[in-house]
Design a protein around this ligand. Structure first.
Ligand SMILES: Cc1ncc(C[n+]2csc(CCOP(=O)(O)OP(=O)(O)O)c2C)c(N)n1
Length: 658
């Protein structure tokens, strides 16, 4: 291995050697503990230490690194106390996730490390967001993110590199090409010779680096990082290396030809560097033994600390509370000065006032800049806030949701406009797995609002009409808001942006230009989790939200019914179930109307809750009314049949007469 051409201070060479020795020795110990059943799972990075250690050593400690499951060397090079790592792997409280997630699935702001989620790819987009925040604040910092070569087949890889390139983000995309993704060799994973060649397609500089040569990794990354700080741009690095053990310990390496193992064993980054240092008289055997002893003592004493720590005692209320970051809601009263505006105007106004209020707020979405978004909600915004804060994005929902998370991690707020709520499906993974779970897993909140133009009745067919709130109300960690009127929309959007938790904000397209109301002109907030009782009556309770509220009111007017409580839920998570209970206890009858097809929707849960809590008050069966169990058809007559409005009128009358 050629070390000589890389000029590194001798003391620093010793430091690099010790930095590689530490993760190697920790791993050797962990493999023993694994066999003894004292830790649960182990993904080995043996043979790949030069990459983790080299990159972490080349960056400044205040620069973010987003590692993968084989990057122990990043954690150790950043000097994380070993007993905390050991506690993490044993599922103990002093680890980083309080026993809520395993292995390397955690981050720590203190050490500027943002850990992975199992799905591998999303963190690439998160790195984009972190780098974007630095760039917007004119901070000269690089962000390094890791992936294996297997995960480069995920769409997230393509999306994240494309976004970073279009936006000139200073991200080092570090691909560790270790030959196999679980059991699948590289030639069954991609067709190009080198992954670095993909850089051309993204208009991105790329390099191949010998990932087993610590001096090459360190010097080349350090030089590149220095350059990227001054001239922000992404760089793709392919580190050639090899996975010397199984994907995880239990899965073995039977499928790997022995010659390959032998070839790469001869290239071991630690042994080769040791021989080099010995030959150069930079170290001698005695000093190496001393290093080993020091590290062994450290590992043993920190392990003892972790073993001595008591096991976690489950506390149900603590678990439930820590799904969301505490939000200290401040009611900002509306001004008396109002104007009659449409729902679409109210949302636009609320968003604009939030942009004025929070200088760290960034809007991202397809066509949101000059074009003003397909619904014109951000029209003219670039004149006030510029194109840096009102950002057009490429068509890549997953990377942009992830980038929104990255902005939040790096101290910003983000609003993402899904062009249509239907397209949340291509950003689904980071929403339900990254944004929703980060706070519970390791205390990192997602200060992100995703605006969701949704809903039917607009003859737009199966892919521009869905109301898919049930995809998200099912997922702990998300908040779901669904206003029916301009006044609520403006105040609730302001609250959604103030709230540090991830919020899905549903905006019914059919109401955008049909629902008018007097709306206060100034900024105000409205609380989450408070339904609004918009009509009062004694004989039946109607619970609904979104377009359903308007259908219910129209139906009551048409039928001349004035004896119904109409409860507009306004937010679905948190859900004001107490308002439902108190109305049902008064009326004795409940009908729930939702626009979405019925099965598995919020109406079913409300029905079940009322059965459990108000059974003795009921004077009739609870009725749920929703759309047909089909995709949403395009043809207007078919769509009218699909939607629940007409069925609602029939079932309402039956229930009143029951
Ligand atoms: C979305 C997703 N698909 C599949 C898996 C299962 N899985 C976990 S790691 C892995 C292999 C990853 O290979 P690579 O990216 O090359 O990284 P390496 O493990 O080799 O370091 C697979 C298939 C997963 N965790 N997430």
């Amino acid at each position: 291995m050629d070390y000589k051409q890389f000029k590194v201070d001798k003391d620093f060479q010793i430091k690099l050697y010790k930095s590689m020795l530490l993760p190697r020795m920790i791993e050797e110990k962990m493999l023993i503990l694994l066999r003894q059943g004292k830790i649960s799972k182990w993904f080995s990075g043996i043979g790949q230490e030069a990459i983790s250690v080299g990159v972490a050593s080349a960056l400044n400690n205040d620069e973010y690194i987003l590692p993968m499951h084989r990057n122990l060397g990043i954690f150790t090079t950043r000097n994380i106390p070993l007993h905390r790592l050991f506690a993490q792997w044993q599922g103990k409280a002093s680890g980083f996730t309080q026993g809520r997630d395993r292995s390397f699935h955690f981050g720590t702001q203190e050490y500027r490390i943002i850990g992975m989620i199992s799905h591998l790819g999303p963190q690439l987009g998160v790195a984009d967001g972190i780098a974007l925040a630095h760039k917007l604040r004119n901070e000269k910092k690089v962000t390094a993110v890791f992936t294996g070569e297997g995960a480069t087949s995920e769409g997230d890889f393509h999306e994240a590199l494309n976004v970073a390139s279009v936006w000139d983000l200073p991200v080092l995309f570090c691909v560790e090409n270790n030959g196999y993704g679980l059991s699948t060799p590289t030639n069954e994973q991609f067709k190009c010779e080198h992954l670095a060649d993909k850089g051309i397609g993204y208009g991105m500089e790329s390099h191949i680096i010998d990932g087993n040569n610590i001096l090459e990794v360190y010097t080349r990354v350090r030089t590149l990082a220095q350059d990227m700080r001054n001239r922000p741009r992404p760089v793709l690095l392919e580190f050639k290396t090899f996975r010397m053990r199984g994907h995880e310990e239990a899965s073995g390496t039977k499928y790997v030809p022995q010659e390959l193992m032998d070839t790469w064993a001869a290239k071991d980054p630690l042994d080769n560097f040791k021989q080099f240092l010995l030959k150069q008289d930079i170290v001698n055997m005695e000093s190496i033994e001393e290093f080993q002893k020091d590290i062994q003592d450290k590992i043993d004493s920190h392990l003892q600390m972790a073993f001595n720590e008591d096991a976690i005692v489950p506390n149900e209320s603590k678990e439930l509370i820590e799904v969301y970051k505490t939000f200290d809601f401040k009611l900002i009263e509306p001004s008396i000065h109002t104007k009659s505006i449409r729902l679409v105007d109210a949302i636009s106004q609320g968003l604009k006032q939030s942009m004025q209020r929070f200088e760290n707020l960034v809007i991202m979405g397809q066509d949101v800049a000059d074009y003003g978004g397909v619904f014109k909600i951000t029209e003219g915004f670039i004149n006030d806030f510029g194109k840096e804060r009102v950002r057009n994005t490429p068509i890549c929902e997953s990377a942009i949701v992830s980038a929104a998370m990255g902005l939040s991690i790096n101290g910003m707020k983000a609003v993402m406009e899904m062009q249509f709520a239907d397209f949340a499906s291509t950003g689904f993974n980071p929403i339900v797995n990254y944004l929703a779970k980060s706070y519970y897993r390791w205390g990192e909140h997602a200060d992100v609002v995703i605006r969701m133009p949704c809903g039917g009745g607009v003859a737009a067919g199966p892919f521009h009409s869905q109301t898919n709130e049930a995809w998200f109300t099912k997922t702990p960690g998300l908040k779901v808001v669904y206003p029916a009127f301009p006044y609520d929309a403006k105040g609730l959007l302001a609250t959604a942006i103030e709230d540090p938790n991830p919020v899905l904000f549903f905006e019914h397209k059919g109401l955008y230009r049909s629902s008018y109301q007097e709306v206060p002109v100034d900024y105000y907030t409205l609380p989450f989790g408070k339904a609004s009782l918009i009509r009062e009556g004694a004989s039946i309770t109607i619970v609904t939200y979104g377009a359903g509220v308007h259908w219910a009111l129209e139906t009551l007017d048409t039928l001349g019914i004035d004896s119904a409580d109409v409860l507009d839920l306004r937010t679905l998570q948190p859900l004001d179930i107490d308002a439902v209970y108190s109305s049902v206890r008064k009326t004795g009858k409940l009908i729930i109307l939702q626009e979405d097809s019925l099965f598995g929707g919020i109406a079913s849960d409300i029905s079940a809750l009322v059965m459990e809590h108000c059974f003795e008050y009921l004077d009739g069966p609870i009725k749920r009314v929703g759309s047909l169990e089909t995709p949403i058809p395009f043809n207007s007559a078919l769509e009218a049949q699909y939607l629940p409005k007409d069925r609602f009128a029939v079932i309402l009358q039956e229930l009143i007469a029951y």
